[in-house]
Structures are given as C-alpha cells and as structure tokens.
Design a binder for this molecule. Structure first.
Ligand SMILES: [Zn+2]
Length: 400
C-alpha cells in the first residue's frame, strides 16, 4: 500500500454571497475530487490546537502527525532547516519577508501602508540581490541573513529572544506604525531597509514594469531550533516531501524525509503542478518511498490576495493537474494506495488571512470503496466525523 497526502494550502473557505452561498471548494469544477469523494470518507479535522495561531507551520506539522503543542518552536526555524542553516541552541530564527510598503513622499516609514507581503511574488533571483544589498549594512556577529525562496528569507539572531512579531499578510492595507517590532534593533533595520531598497535599481526596474517594489524588510515568525522525531521511526513509512515552500521542506528535513526539488515549482498559481504530481508518482513507484506529501501553496496565496476567481482556479488546477494525474498514474501501474486530500487551514477570501476552523478532508482507498458524500466544508461538517486531534489523522491514513 502507498500513501499520498495532497495538501491544498488554505483551500477551505466560507460561503460567499457572490457564489450563491457556496464556498470556492464547493463552487470549483473538480470532477476528480467529486469522483473520489463519492467513494471516500469525508470528515472534518481540527489541525490548529486551541490557543495556537492558525499558521501553515502549526497546521502542516499536525497533518504530518506531529502534535504542534509538543513540536512547534516557531515557523522560521523550520525554514532555516530547509535552507540548510544549522541553528545553535542559542540562536533565534526570524522570517525576513521582502514586502511592498507605500512610498508617499516626505512621510516617515512608520506612516507607510503595507501593500503586499510578497512583493508581487518576487523571483528568488531578484530577491537575492536585494538581500545582498542590505547585508553589508546590517550584518555583524549577532545578525546574519540567509536567502530563501521568492519573498521568504531568514535572519538568524545570535542569542536572540523569541519576540512577538506581526505576520505581514495579516495587516495588508494597514498603516505599519503600530505593527513594527518592539525590539529596537529589528525596528531600526526595517526602517533603514526602506532607504536602501526603495531606490535600488531592481526596484526602479520593477516600478517601470508596473510590478510591486520589494522595498522593505519585514521580520516575523521568531523561534528556536526545532526537534522533530524521524517520520520513518514514528510511522514505519519512508516519506517524501514535494513542496515549493521552504517551511514544508524544513519540516521534511527535520522529520528526516526526502525532499524533492521540482523544476518550476514556485508556490504561485502558475507552479509546475504536473511536475509535482509526477515527482510523487516516481518516488512512490520507482524510488521506494511509501508516503508522499504533495503540498500546493496556490489556494492560500490567492486567499491572501482576496481573489475569489483565482482561488477557484487554484483548486481546479489542484484537481485536474495534481490529483487526477497521481490517481491515473498509480492506477495505471496497478498500485494500491490511500490518498488524503485536505487543506492545512482555511484562508477565507473574506478576511484574507488564516482562520482556525476545522478543515474538511477526503480519505480515499483504492482497494476499499465506501459510500461517500461531496467533498466540501458543509458536507464534511454534516458527516459527523470529526478528528479532534488533527495530528492523529495521519494514523488513519496510514492505518496505524
Ligand atoms: Zn497554510
């Protein structure tokens, strides 16, 4: 038996008036999920434990079977693992976004508005040049920068503290003054970064093309070095991770899973869906892995952007270009498999940020067809099946 998780990040949502009271998942044309749902277990799982923030870090740890209450030490340290940064026990890792803030003339940094937490999903190549531009000004024996992917980078703070910081995607459209780091050094770095970056040739070029400037650093997600148990030791299954996102790759590194680099997989709406699907199939059928985790970031990003049409598009791509392909390939190779389809958390269009509501899941078994029901938020709720401890859902998938 092979096992697959297809994780549509932020896919769950709320009923929308514009969709006649349907959610994007309900509205989207998803013939493959519909077909599987009709013979699968549909249920609801609580991936965010009470009292924890609905981050992708917390939620994906839970889906992979790690109780966030026990294992979560912050988001950024997991990304540090993915970049290959070996954190010392005294290090604190911070996520360093490159964001877009407004650039009205003659106003102080604190009065500016945050426009885009992703600088128009800037390329890693461009972002790397910008990180190199701030390094000589800010780096010393206490603070070191590392380039990650797209707008997501890393600051290691030697002997730092795990300070409370605001995720930039939670305050889009707001004045930043009230949300800057309380820590003086971090705050000053953010302020100064605008002076360095706003007129950088890369940003002048981006402005010319009508793209959002990557004109400020933004620190958040502080944490210390995580200590995950090996996925294989825990479950007896050899696992492989297919994701464009450093956070997921970092979790996989921490869990001693294989990490696949898929060309053109970039976390955006136009990622290499087929490449990810085929990487999972290859690892399961040719490379000796038992368990594949295929993570697709696009629905979450579209949720943050508040774009209903593109979120629906992302879900339809997930259906046709990932799920359908994996199922077809495994069926063609006569491989028995169980597949879990779910989001990590909702990222509702209405609020453009993550929420803590339990998420709908679809659990399919190619050898055991049961009477299912449509796969969406409402039907999952109606099913009466509720996995209160979301980190135990993987045991259900793996039949442990
Ligand atoms: Zn997420």
């Amino acid at each position: 038996m092979k096992y697959v998780v297809v994780l549509g990040d932020g896919m769950a949502d709320e009923p929308l008036e514009q969709l006649g009271g349907m959610t994007p998942l309900e509205y989207a044309k998803t013939p493959e999920m519909d077909r599987l749902a009709a013979v699968s277990e549909i249920g609801l799982a609580k991936t965010i434990p009470d009292g924890m923030k609905p981050g992708s870090d917390t939620a994906n740890l839970a889906v992979l079977g790690y109780n966030p209450k026990q294992y979560y030490t912050g988001r950024s340290p997991l990304e540090a693992l993915s970049i290959g940064v070996d954190m010392k026990p005294t290090d604190v890792a911070l996520r360093c976004n490159i964001v877009t803030v407004s650039e009205e003339e003659g106003i102080p940094y604190d009065e500016r508005t945050i426009i885009d937490h992703s600088s128009g999903e800037i390329s890693t190549q461009e972002a790397a040049v910008l990180i190199e531009a701030v390094k000589p000004v800010f780096e010393n024996e206490i603070y070191q920068f590392y380039v990650g992917t797209s707008y997501r980078h890393l600051l290691i703070w030697n002997h730092g503290s795990v300070v409370e910081l605001t995720p930039p995607h939670d305050i889009l459209g707001k004045k930043i003054g009230n949300y800057l780091p309380a820590d003086k050094v971090l705050r000053e770095m953010q302020r100064k970064s605008f002076d360095i970056l706003n007129q950088h040739p890369i940003n002048l070029e981006r402005a010319k093309k009508g793209l959002n400037k990557a004109n400020s650093l933004w620190f958040w997600g502080a944490g210390t070095r995580p200590q995950l148990d090996s996925f294989e030791k825990k479950t007896g299954k050899r696992g492989t991770m297919i994701s464009a996102v450093d956070l997921l790759k970092g979790i996989a590194v921490g869990a001693e899973m294989n990490v696949v680099e898929v060309e053109g997989a970039n976390g955006s709406l136009h990622t290499n869906y087929e490449g990810k699907a085929m990487a999972a199939v290859r690892d399961l059928t040719e490379n000796g892995y038992d368990f594949a985790y295929v993570h697709v970031e696009a629905p979450d990003e579209m949720g943050h952007q508040g774009s209903m049409e593109r979120k629906i598009q992302a879900i339809e791509y997930l259906d046709q270009r990932v799920i359908k392909l994996v199922v077809k390939e495994l069926e063609n190779k006569n491989v028995d498999f169980r597949m879990l389809i779910m989001p990590d958390h909702p990222t509702p269009i209405c609020c453009r940020t993550h929420t803590s509501d339990p998420v709908p899941y679809l659990l399919y078994d190619s050898t055991k067809k049961i009477t299912g029901r449509p796969y969406n938020e409402k039907e999952a709720k109606k099913s009466g099946i509720f996995v209160e401890e979301g980190f135990r859902l993987v045991e259900k998938l793996l039949e442990l």
